[in-house]
Design a protein around this ligand. Structure first.
Ligand SMILES: C[S@@+](CC[C@H](N)C(=O)[O-])C[C@H]1O[C@@H](n2cnc3c(N)ncnc32)[C@H](O)[C@@H]1O
Length: 266
């Protein structure tokens, strides 16, 4: 069966299910939702077997739901040139920096960081094991390591002079926008974001940097905000998805979000 014919059959089946969803017939009322669940289960099971990327995200969410932030692994080289340059300028050639790339995906961010910080020790951490497998095959120098992201593992490597957390502290932002979602409470609550920021705070040296970009929440809403000040006016003007407040509610016309934060000496 060619794929066009397959799509036509699926389309017709979906149309029929929709037509019967409003039916008052008691058997149809039970049967239609049951068929729908069965269909979704079959589609998901099939994708688990044939799509490696889908399988790794599915397993990650199944086995580690509490700790997973963004599920997609989109990344590319030199994605944040202005931000990385500003951080490099801030340290003004200081050597022996220790850097964490939290949510390093398939390693492009770590490779890019090496260009901006030629002598730093760089740790890439990710929760997606398939992405980590790809990272571990990269031709990197001995001062770059990739680790599975758990608080314990990261603690063993810290403290850090900079933590980069780019496009991690969010959940499916494009979906959120497309579906007009006004509360993230059930999808990605503020408390989860805040807990992660508190964990980062414990791992950053005084005068170190916390760099959080492409996120649905603001550092200024968290309990540790008073320990930080913004570095320059680097912000998330390029983040075009909705942002939310500390109640996980949508902010209409949000203020500009900062990106680079300096930890005070306190
Ligand atoms: C959209 S990618 C961002 C990649 C890269 N930082 C960038 O900006 O190009 C999000 C990554 O965050 C990872 N991630 C999600 N939850 C995480 C966690 N708890 N610890 C570490 N990485 C996580 C995902 O597996 C995914 O690789």
């Amino acid at each position: 069966m060619n794929s066009k014919l397959g799509m036509q059959i699926i389309g017709t089946a979906k149309q029929r299910i929709k037509e019967h969803q409003s039916s008052n017939h008691p058997i149809l009322k039970l049967l239609v939702p049951a068929l729908y669940v069965l269909w979704n289960t079959m589609v998901t099971t099939n994708r688990i077997f044939v799509d490696r990327n889908f399988r790794s995200i599915f397993l990650m969410r199944l086995l580690n739901a509490k700790n997973v932030h963004q599920t997609t692994s989109l990344t590319y080289l030199d994605r944040y040139p202005t931000i990385f340059s500003a951080c490099s300028d801030y340290f003004d050639g200081k050597q022996d920096l220790k850097i964490l790339s939290y949510g390093c995906s398939t390693g492009e961010e770590v490779l890019t960081l090496r260009r901006y910080f030629p002598n730093a020790q760089i740790i890439g951490a990710d929760i997606n094991k398939q992405s980590l497998d790809i990272c571990r095959k990269l031709p990197v120098d001995e001062k770059i390591n990739f680790i599975y992201s758990s608080l314990n593992e990261i603690r063993k490597q810290g403290p850090f002079d900079v933590i980069f957390c780019m496009a991690v502290l969010q959940r499916k932002p494009h979906d959120t926008e497309a579906k007009g979602i006004t509360s993230l409470k059930k999808i990605y609550p503020f408390e989860k974001f805040e807990l992660q920021i508190i964990e980062f705070d414990e791992l950053i040296n005084p005068q170190g940097l916390l760099v959080v970009h492409f996120t649905q929440y603001s550092i200024w809403d968290t309990q540790i905000a008073s320990k930080y000040e913004a570095l320059g006016d680097h912000n998330q003007d390029d983040y075009l998805s909705p942002v939310f407040d500390k109640n996980s509610d949508l902010i209409i016309d949000p203020p500009t979000q900062n990106t680079i934060f300096i930890k005070s000496r306190k």
